[in-house]
Design a binder for this molecule. Structure first.
Ligand code: HEM
Length: 406
């Protein structure tokens, strides 16, 4: 007797996260039993869901799969509803394929190279110390989200890009509107338009007087139009800010919940070796996997994948949180174990679209966590974990508050 083909899982099931640290249970089952499963998308398309580490790398690393928006069946709102298709705009490289994507990506790669990022390290440490001072001024208890996590993530990004911090609320409003499920598509679009015009204005100024920052260097390039530069910046900001804030908040929450791991991180920070902290940051990135939904690619031709035939035009969603808990890849897949080597994690994606700002993100996490655990030795959650509000069903996992005492 042949086995019946399993029913495709519904898109909303893979979206159904209920815990702040654990991905939806169905993903954990699939990675163990059916790492490439059929999935029904919101528009009725029956595509695929990849949950294993191996398949995630295969899809994201293959040129047979496209990231162009118009090829995908997956554009949905944060509530999982169908999203009107998004046109590809000049400079909107995140939804382009090579070689179109390569041109823009190359212009940015140097800005976030190992050397460029290392040069930012002293300033990031300074900004972390300044925010810590604000936390101390506030006194205990305190919400670390508006006093530490948000301003640190925003200030670093603004300085590196060359965006005056005073204008940053227009930009952070864009991320907030995208993650707040109370905000509708129209309001989200309006926030996008305001952020676009704010950046366009800055690009105009940088054309006249280019500074030593990302905007300045892009504006000095005569081959780029204002529109291209503005859209490139918009992507970097939109992709970078929410993820950086989400990762720092989720890492802190995870450490405050796993006290033994927090102690381990503090010991490493005291010993002063950057290596120890850097390794631990990788494990935090793996465990929290904040870019939890909406990583998808569409097959440009028929492709053999995990023993199945994925046909041209079919969309494959890659569940990064599941891949990062693949028992075939990690010794302690479901727990937080700062002593494990998690460097193979896929929290920053993989392939040509892998996070361009990943070194900067690692730096913010390392400096941001070090300053806090050393500066506040009695740091603890001020409410039970269940009372910390976390947006569980947004593409980037985000805590709304982080109430602590110290
Ligand atoms: C811990 C924080 C961060 C995480 C977890 C993260 C995660 C990711 C992931 C998973 C992707 C791949 C998306 C895909 O393949 O569909 C990505 C792409 C990207 N990230 Fe990040 N990111 C973080 C921080 C940042 C920062 C700080 C910046 C900018 C300074 C940034 C800029 C970008 C850009 C521009 C892309 C698109 C790259 C491309 O399409 O070529 N990210 N990020």
């Amino acid at each position: 007797m042949t086995e019946a083909t399993p029913e495709p899982i519904s898109y909303l099931r893979h979206w159904d996260r209920t815990e702040p640290f654990d991905p939806p249970a169905v993903l954990g089952e699939l990675v163990r039993t059916r790492p490439l499963a059929r999935m029904e998308y919101p528009d009725g398309h029956v595509g695929w869901l990849a949950t294993s580490h191996e398949l995630a790398r295969e899809v994201l690393g293959s040129q047979a799969f496209s990231h162009r928006f118009h090829t995908t069946h997956a554009p949905v709102t944060k509530k999982g509803e169908l999203f009107p298709s998004v046109p590809i705009v000049p400079g909107g490289f995140i939804h382009m394929d090579p070689p179109e994507h390569t041109r823009y990506r190359t212009l940015l790669s140097g800005e976030f190279s190992a050397r460029a990022t290392a040069a930012h390290a002293p300033r990031v440490a300074e900004l972390a110390a300044a925010q810590l001072a604000r936390v101390r001024e506030h006194g205990s208890p305190v919400d670390l989200l508006p006093t530490y996590v948000r301003p640190l993530s925003l200030r670093v990004l603004c300085e590196v890009l060359g965006v005056p911090f005073t204008g940053s609320p227009v930009l952070s409003a864009l991320s907030d509107s995208a993650t707040d499920d109370e905000v509708g598509i129209e309001a989200e679009r309006e926030a996008g338009t305001r952020a676009y015009h704010h950046l366009l204005d800055l690009v105009g100024k940088a054309r006249v007087e280019p500074g030593e920052n990302v905007i300045g260097r892009l504006a000095a390039d005569p081959d780029l139009t204002d529109r291209e530069i503005t859209n490139m910046l918009l992507i970097v900001f939109a992709a970078g800010f929410a993820s950086c804030e989400g990762a720092l908040a989720s890492s802190l929450l995870a450490l405050l919940h796993h006290r033994d791991q927090l102690d381990q991180l503090r010991t490493a920070a005291r010993s002063g070796g950057a290596d120890g902290i850097e390794k631990m940051v990788e494990e935090l990135l793996r465990y929290t996997s904040v870019n939890q939904f909406q990583i998808f690619r569409t097959a440009l031709s028929d492709v053999e994948l995990g023993g199945e035939l994925v046909r041209a035009g079919e969309t494959v969603t890659v569940a990064l949180p599941a891949a990062n808990r693949d028992p075939a890849k990690f010794g302690c897949p479901d727990g937080l174990d700062l002593s494990q080597d998690a460097s193979a994690h896929l929290a920053f994606g993989y392939g040509v679209h892998a996070c361009v700002g990943q070194r900067l993100a690692r730096l913010v996490l390392a400096e941001g966590l070090t300053a806090l655990v050393l500066g506040l030795p009695e740091l603890a959650l001020d409410v039970p974990l269940q009372e910390v509000p976390v947006r569980l069903k947004t593409p980037v996992l985000s805590a709304l508050r982080l109430p602590v005492r110290y």
